[in-house]
Design a protein around this ligand. Structure first.
Ligand SMILES: *Cc1c(COP(=O)(O)O)cnc(C)c1O
Length: 404
C-alpha cells in the first residue's frame, strides 16, 4: 500500500494488511551466506564441486521432474537463452500473449527475434482464435502464464506439435501451478522461472531454465557463461559440450552463489506457500463473486493454480472515470487495487511497449486491461486480512454504483 493510504487507515484506527512485503527468507539461509562471505566463494564456478548454484540446479530439476536445470540471473535471461538455445534465426517470429510484462517481448527483441502479440480474453488467457490465425507464420511460441493464469495448454501444444513449432513457457509467476496434474514449465520444450522478490520464491533477482532436451540444455549452459571448460561442472551432456565448445557466444547471465543460498531453503516451502496462496485466493474470489459488479474468472478445468495475487474484472463500469472512482474508493478503505490499463505507464499494458515500434490494435486485450484489477494476495495473509480486503473491494464497488 502506498504511504498515503496507510496513513489514512491509521487515522481511521484500522490496520489494513500489508500486501507488499516479499516472502520471508528462512533462517537457514543466514548460515550459508555467512559461510560464503567468510570464504569469499561467491562465483558458481570457483568450487570444484557442490557450489550452491550447482546444488540448487540439481534440487530444482528433481523437484520439477525435469532432466536439466540451469540457474541464471533472471527469468528474462532464461527466456532470452531459451530462444538462443533453440537457434531461432534472426528475425524469427515469436508469438507472445499481449497480456504480459514488458520484459517478455523485450527478451524476444534481445534474442534478435520479432515478437508477434496475440490477443488475450477477459479470462486473462490467450484467445485461441487469434492464436491459431497467427500460428502459421510463427517460428516459435512463448506462452507467458501471466499472473499465473494458464492458457489452454492442451490446445496450444496440439497446434504447435502439429506444425513442429517449439513452445517456451514463461512460468515466472507459475511455480507450483499444475495442468492436468503436470507441473507448469514442464509442458513446453523449455520452462523459465523467476526468483525476483514478487514471486513465490524470493531471492531479489534470479531465474531458472528447465528442459528435457540435452542439446538445448548444453547450448544454454555454455551461452549462460560456462566459459572454457566450466561446463564440466554441469553433470551429463559432456559430448554436447565438446561439440559446442568455442562455437557459441558467452552472454554471462550466471546466477550468484548468494542467490542460490537464499533460494535453496525456500524450495521445501513451495508446497505450503502454494496451498496457502490458493486457499487465500479462492476465499477472496468467492466473496468478490458475490458482488454483481465484480467477476473473478474461474480457473480452467485442467488447471490447479498457485496464485499469490488476484485479478478480477469490473462489470458494468461504463466509463473509465467510474472505474477510477472504484480504485479511489478502495484506496480510501486501505486497499490498493491497480487497474492495468488505467495506471500511467503500466508495464503490463501493451500500448506502452513503444520500443516494439508499430503496435498492433488488439481490441480484446485492450478492453480487458481497461477493467481488469490487480491485487496482491501473499500466502502469509490471515483470514481477517483477507476479509478486510474483500469487504473493502465489495464496498468500494457498491459505493460507486450507488452514486448513479
Ligand atoms: C516477473 C515476470 C517476468 C520477469 O522475471 P524476471 O526474473 O524479473 O526477469 C516475466 N514474466 C512474468 C509472467 C513475470 O511475472
Amino acid at each position: 500500500m502506498n504511504s498515503e493510504a496507510a496513513a489514512k487507515r491509521l487515522e481511521a484506527g484500522m490496520a489494513a494488511p500489508n500486501v507488499y512485503d516479499a516472502e520471508p527468507i528462512p533462517e537457514a539461509a543466514r548460515i550459508e551466506i555467512e559461510r560464503l562471505l567468510t570464504s569469499g566463494d561467491l562465483f558458481r564456478y570457483t568450487a570444484a564441486q557442490d557450489a550452491p548454484v550447482a546444488l540448487l540446479e540439481a534440487e530444482f530439476a528433481a523437484q520439477m521432474g525435469a532432466r536439466y536445470a540451469l540457474a541464471v540471473s533472471s527469468c528474462s535471461a532464461a527466456l532470452f537463452l531459451s530462444m538462443k538455445a533453440l537457434d531461432l534465426p534472426e528475425g524469427a517470429r515469436v508469438l507472445v500473449p499481449a497480456f504480459t510484462f514488458a520484459a517478455v517481448p523485450s527478451s524476444v527483441l534481445h534474442a534478435g527475434c520479432e515478437p508477434v502479440l496475440v490477443e488475450v480474453g477477459s479470462n486473462f488467457r490467450i484467445d485461441l482464435d487469434d492464436f491459431r490465425a497467427k500460428l502459421d507464420s510463427a517460428d516459435a511460441v512463448l506462452i507467458s502464464h501471466m499472473r499465473g493464469h494458464t492458457s489452454d495448454m492442451d490446445a496450444i501444444m496440439a497446434e504447435c506439435d502439429a506444425r513442429g513449432v517449439p513452445v517456451i513457457e514463461d512460468a515466472a509467476h507459475s511455480l507450483g501451478t499444475r495442468w492436468a496434474g503436470r507441473k507448469i514449465g514442464t509442458i513446453g520444450k523449455v520452462g523459465c522461472f523467476s526468483f525476483q522478490s514478487y514471486k513465490l520464491v524470493n531471492s531479489g533477482e534470479g531465474g531458472m531454465l528447465i528442459t528435457d532436451d540435452p542439446e538445448l540444455a548444453a547450448r544454454a549452459v555454455i551461452m549462460s557463461g560456462a566459459y572454457e571448460h566450466n561446463w564440466k561442472k554441469h553433470k551429463g551432456l559432456q559430448n554436447s559440450f565438446h561439440h559446442w565448445q568455442n562455437r557459441l557466444p558467452l552472454y554471462n547471465m550466471r546466477m550468484h552463489n548468494l542467490s542460490a543460498a537464499v533460494i535453496r531453503p525456500q524450495l521445501p516451502l513451495i508446497e505450503a506457500r502454494v496451498e496457502a496462496g490458493l486457499a487465500n485466493h479462492d476465499h477472496v474470489a468467492a466473496r468478490l463473486n458475490g458482488s454483481p459488479w465484480i467477476d473473478v474468472p474461474p480457473a480452467l478445468p485442467q488447471e490447479t493454480r498457485a496464485p499469490d495475487s488476484l485479478q478480477f474484472n469490473l462489470q458494468g463500469f461504463e466509463s473509465d472515470d467510474e472505474a477510477r472512482a472504484f480504485q479511489e474508493a478502495a484506496e480510501r478503505r486501505g486497499v490498493a487495487v491497480q487497474i492495468f490499463g488505467l495506471s500511467k505507464d503500466n508495464a503490463r499494458a501493451f500500448w506502452n511497449w513503444q520500443f516494439l515500434g508499430t503496435l498492433p490494435e488488439l481490441p480484446k486485450t485492450r478492453a480487458m486491461l481497461m477493467r481488469a484489477c490487480d491485487l496482491r494476495l501473499p500466502a502469509r495473509l490471515t483470514r481477517p486480512d483477507l476479509d478486510f480486503i474483500a469487504d473493502a473491494i465489495i464496498a468500494a464497488a457498491a459505493e460507486v454504483k450507488a452514486r448513479r
